[in-house]
Design a protein around this ligand. Sequence first.
Ligand code: ADP
Length: 288
Amino acid sequence: MNYESLYVFVNFMSLRVIYDFDSPLCFQLVILMTQPIQADEAITPLFDYQSQTFKHIIEAQNLERTYQMGTVSVRAVRGVNLQVPQGEFLTILGVSGSGKSTLLHLLGALDQPTAGKVFVEGLDLSTLSHNQLADVRLRRVGFVFQFFNLMPQLTAQANIELPLKFSEVPTANAHRRAQELLEKVGLGDRRHHIPAELSGGEQQRVAIARALANNPRIILADEPTGNLDTNTGAEIIHLLRNLNQSQGLTFIVVGHDTRLTTVADRVIEMRDGEFVAEREGGGQVTVK
Ligand code: ADP
């Protein structure tokens, strides 16, 4: 499939997923990149990020998200306040249903709060247009998911090149960047493999490389070890911490894998949509 037909396919799929938001979100990435645009539009950079000033790279103020299910309301996020300095590795721990994914989606401009505000690199997301929000998702925030969400028919290399294509990076540069990223995540020899030919850990490495493609300074990871065996999970946590340390990237990682606390600078516990405890993390670079 060439990129033009992929692009049309992706836009078609995004419509399907928007109408069916609760289905297994294998095409979630597609929504991230295409929701507000038409098939014949590209997302051009909308901000001069380098010149923006901010005190916290991500900030949430009195954040609320209530889902309305017929007559039933679910308050998934309840009055969350959060300030994340640049370069921090923050782990948010909580049992299933405590609101972690909902919070991450709000922080990454994937969803909009019922009340409260999110600031990404100083930008108040509530003031942005659909295109500007797409720009934030494409260039400023990288997402890593529990189930990897790779495009199944594309090779590892092409999966990583996809967000670069949406950013209109010239093909030769996109090839080079994808190869560099594959080397960085230890998969230099797997670039022509499709996801079905890769192990879970390898697929997650590709997903991490894809999240890094457009050079975001923030990575949001939703249970990145949730679908991996113990050793592979430890390797992925080590890789995330390494990227945080070597490149000064900010990480917000949610999950219930307590090993995520050993590498974190800070740990917040979430229960029933609220932050209930906060402590220093182990700050380790190596994971056991
Ligand atoms: P976690 O990531 O900690 O498992 P979630 O953010 O997925 O928690 O869910 C928090 C609460 O919100 C749960 O009660 C869940 O059932 C509910 N919820 C999540 N997504 C939706 C949705 N799209 N529609 C309705 N309720 C939802």
